[in-house]
Design a protein around this ligand. Structure first.
Ligand code: AMP
Length: 104
């Protein structure tokens, strides 16, 4: 956990953010500024700055499995995923997250 990381704060419950889905090592919550009718973020519970710093292969697999499970849970069959890695690529929050974007 990083003290000043907004997503770490969300994950530890500081803002009472509702989790759409949760596994042992991941959480999913809605994006505060949605760019699609459905816009969720899948995050590891541990603080990993970006995809470049992700080394745990089990966690990689769990993150992708979480994408599959949460979309199945809400009945979303067609969706886009996006990972911004690095400031120049548009990463604004430096806690790894996978965007899931879909229509209702
Ligand atoms: P990125 O540009 O890939 O780092 O995406 C960061 C995303 O986090 C943006 O889509 C923001 O709207 C979203 N975001 C920032 N703060 C919050 C928050 N407190 N709760 C939910 N989503 C957030």
């Amino acid at each position: 956990m990083a003290d000043e990381c907004i997503f770490c704060k969300i994950i530890r419950g500081d803002f009472n953010t509702e989790f759409v889905y949760e596994t042992e090592n991941t959480v999913v919550f809605n994006d505060i500024n949605p760019k699609a009718p459905i816009h969720m973020l899948v995050c590891p519970k541990v603080h990993v700055e970006s995809l470049n710093e992700l080394e745990d292969k089990n966690l990689m697999a769990e993150l992708i499995q979480t994408v599959k499970d949460v979309t199945q849970k809400i009945g979303l069959k067609s969706y886009k995923t996006l990972i911004n890695t690095g400031k120049e690529a548009g990463q604004e929050v430096f806690h790894l997250h996978i965007h899931i974007l879909g229509n209702k």
